[in-house]
Structures are given as structure tokens and as C-alpha cells.
Design a protein around this ligand. Structure first.
Ligand code: RAT
Ligand code: ZN
Length: 413
């Protein structure tokens, strides 16, 4: 059937809905990683996005709140966001969307119903079911060798469920090198906090060992808005002398998530992080000075987004991805996706879920699909009006690139 202005929206929606996506950054874990994967109603209430919103309502003193049991905290969050208020925010309405996808009776939704409907034991069958509802075919985890629980699991040697891929996360190593150095020394690497002697070579050996162990799709770290490159610091040296050479040698991209200012209110724990506008200079310098390296980049502030898109026009070893955390809202994802499409065409990775709890993938991908449908429909409409002959095949190709192929081509898998 030829595509016309009349059937365009419906055709794009159908193709986008049918596309099974690659979720290239999550905090989910393969079932083989013990009980690290979180799921169920209480974990949804424990998600730091809703924790910080709930504090604005219940105002329980921090220590008192954290001293409660997880189910007690969940009840407070539920009451704050769903009983005393209407769940209008992105994160709270996401929970409503999850409940709907599971067929809950929406006229009397309660925390109890949600607990009975969702499983807090993510069996293989439950994982399959949730990923299938979300249309997620493959996903990339966030794997931190400095996390003791995770370290122990990887040390056993793992064969992962093929839908799950590893990403070697380096925040501890790069942003807290003093303590990381002591841990590395304890694992038998000859590393000292002042990076003297064989330290850098030993950090490189550690990275190489863990690249072998995890077989990551990429290496990654997040940094605050003050991230610079080059930089006279332990982080700068490790990046320059250990990480970039390893990435180039193994043909692995480095993922940079910049703009997260951690612990602005430490009493909120994970919910206490904020953001700042990143400098494009560091990204330009990395891309320009290391044509043999590839960089996946996402930035946390809205103000950084336009500059980042322009930077991607300058460097083909830069792939911009996702609308991260505080810019993952309807308004901002729409704006950012339109801007990227207008300046780059379909050559970027529009979204990742950042799911921390398994069921998150449901609402995160439903929303990503709906915005991409809107943006593509608008852009295709203009082409149709100009007489371009648009086919379903072209739409399918574009949608597949956006939700899968751009990522896999870039990471060379
Ligand atoms: O979005 C989040 O869940 C944040 O807490 C961060 O984990 C962030 O996504 C990150 O990967 O650092
Ligand atoms: Zn994340």
C-alpha cells in the first residue's frame, strides 16, 4: 500500500511498535548474576526517581525514613505519590503505565494489587515476559567490578543469557581512585594511589583482565560537569594511558555520561544526585585526538544537548545516545529527538531505558516509541508533501537503524 499523508501516522506507529529494540544502557542484570536483578512493586517504590519526589510530599526526617523496612518505605512513597497526589510526574505515571500493561484494574489500583501482580522474584519466565511486553530484544547492563556482590559473581566465571550484554563501568576507578587503588592492591595489582612505579601498567592489566572476564560491549564512566580532557589528575592519566589504548586495541567504544553531580544532598542517598552543564571541549578533544577510538556520549543537562548534536556532525567516531535521567521526560525527549533528527538524520541512538527495576523497561520503551513515532511522522509528512515517494521499507529501515542497527554498527558487533 502506498504511504499517504492520511495513512502515515498509523503506518509509522505500527512499524515502531513492531520493532524489537536494543536497550543499550540499563542497570538490569542477567539472571546468571545471582540476585542482583531487581523487580516487583517494592523495588519500583524504592527507585530513586520516585524517592526524591515523595520526599517533597511526606517530609519524613531522612534518618527516620531510611531506618524503616523496604515495604514500609514503599508504603510511604505510594501514599505520597498515588494517594495524597495524582501521579503526574514522568516517574510516577510510569508506574501507572506498568500497572496497565500488566492488566491491573485501574479503577482501584493499590500498592497491594501491584505487589500481587508483579513478581519480586525475577524468574527466567518472568524476565522473558517483561522484556517481551516492552519489546526489548537485547540489553546492555552496567557492570562494576568494584561492587563486591557483582565482583564475586563474575569471579565465578559466567555464561550469560544471550539477551544480556556486559558494559564495564569505571566510575569507581576513575572518580574515586584513592580507594580503588587500595582495592586493586588487595586483588594483587601493583597499584599505588599516587600512580607511581608500575601503577598505570597495572591498572591497564586489571582492565584487560576484566575485559576478558566480562566481554563488555563497551567501557563506560560517568563524570560531573567539570570533566576535562586532557586533565592533570589520576583520572586523566588512567584515561590517557590505560583506557584509551585498551579501547583502541580491542575495538571497544568508551561511553561517557557527563554532567552528573553526585551527592548534592547525600541524605537522599542515590536520589541526592544533581546535574550541571558539561563542556564540549573535552568531548571535542577526545574525538579529535583519538580518531582510532570511538565514543558513545550522553549528557545530563538540557542546555548541553544542542552543542552535543553539533559535535556529532564534526566527529564520526562520536555516537550520541539516549535522553538521560533528568532529560528523560516527554517534553525534553521530544525536543532532543527532533533536534537530533533535524541535524543528524537517523544516525543516532534515540533512547536507552536506564531501567533499574526490570519492569521499568515497559514504560520507558512505550514512551520512547511514542515520541519517535511523533517525530518521524512529522518529518515524513514534510517529505510526502514535497512529492518524495515513501515506502514501508524505508520506514522500517530507519526505525531499525534508530532502535538497533546504529548501535550495533557502532560497537562493531
Ligand atoms: O539514571 C539513573 O538511574 C542514575 O542513577 C544513574 O545510574 C545513571 O543512569 C548512571 O548510569 O550513572
Ligand atoms: Zn545509568
Amino acid at each position: 500500500m502506498p504511504i499517504t499523508v492520511e495513512n502515515l501516522q498509523e503506518t509509522v506507529a505500527k512499524i515502531v511498535q513492531a520493532e524489537r529494540v536494543t536497550d543499550m544502557h540499563t542497570h538490569l542484570f542477567a539472571p546468571e548474576l545471582g540476585d542482583l536483578l531487581l523487580s516487583g512493586a517494592d523495588e519500583l517504590m524504592e527507585f530513586h526517581y520516585v524517592i526524591s519526589e515523595a520526599f517533597r510530599v511526606h517530609k519524613t526526617p531522612y534518618e527516620e525514613f531510611w531506618a524503616l523496612s523496604k515495604p514500609e518505605r514503599a508504603q510511604i512513597v505510594w501514599n505520597s505519590l498515588f494517594v495524597e497526589n495524582t501521579p503526574l510526574s514522568e516517574a510516577a505515571s510510569g508506574i501507572v503505565e506498568i500497572a496497565k500493561a500488566f492488566g491491573c484494574d485501574m479503577s482501584q489500583l493499590s500498592l497491594e494489587t501491584l505487589r500481587q501482580t508483579l513478581s519480586d522474584v525475577p524468574t527466567d519466565a518472568y524476565i522473558e515476559r517483561v522484556l517481551d511486553i516492552a519489546g526489548v530484544e537485547q540489553l546492555v547492563m552496567t557492570n562494576d567490578p568494584f561492587d563486591p556482590a557483582e565482583h564475586a559473581e563474575w569471579a565465578r566465571g559466567l555464561t550469560l543469557n544471550p539477551r544480556f550484554h556486559a558494559a564495564l563501568r569505571l566510575d569507581q576507578l576513575l572518580n574515586h581512585f584513592d580507594s580503588a587503588a587500595a582495592v586493586l592492591a588487595g586483588w594483587g595489582y601493583d597499584v599505588s594511589a599516587d600512580l607511581s612505579g608500575k601503577s598505570v601498567a597495572e591498572v591497564a592489566r586489571f582492565l584487560s583482565d576484566w575485559t576478558d572476564k566480562m566481554n563488555p560491549i563497551y567501557l563506560a564512566f560517568s563524570a560531573a560537569d567539570d570533566f576535562q580532557y586532557p586533565e592533570q589528575s589520576a583520572r586523566g592519566r588512567i584515561l590517557q594511558e590505560a583506557i584509551l589504548p585498551l579501547c583502541a586495541e580491542r575495538n571497544l567504544p568508551l561511553s561517557l555520561m557527563i554532567g552528573s553531580r553526585r551527592g548534592v544532598n547525600p541524605a537522599l542517598k542515590l536520589a541526592g544526585d544533581s546535574l550541571g552543564k558539561a563542556s564540549m571541549r573535552a568531548i571535542e578533544a577526545l574525538c579529535a585526538n583519538h580518531p582510532e577510538n570511538k565514543f558513545l556520549v550522553t549528557l545530563l543537562s538540557r542546555e548541553s544537548q544542542h552543542e552535543l548534536v553539533v559535535t556529532a556532525r564534526k566527529f564520526h567516531n562520536l555516537m550520541i545516545f539516549g535522553c538521560w535521567w533528568f532529560v528523560n521526560t516527554d517534553t525534553l525527549v521530544t525536543e532532543i529527538t527532533r533536534m537530533r533528527m533535524e541535524l543528524l538524520g537517523p544516525t543516532f541512538v534515540p533512547q536507552h531505558s536506564d531501567a533499574r527495576v526490570l519492569e521499568h523497561v515497559i514504560y520507558k520503551w512505550q514512551r520512547a516509541r511514542s515520541i519517535v513515532t511523533r517525530v518521524l511522522t512529522d518529518k515524513y509528512r514534510v517529505l510526502l508533501e514535497q512529492g518524495w515517494s515513501l515506502t514501508e521499507k524505508q520506514i522500517q529501515r530507519d526505525v531499525n537503524k534508530l532502535f538497533n542497527q546504529n548501535f550495533w554498527d557502532f560497537v562493531n558487533r
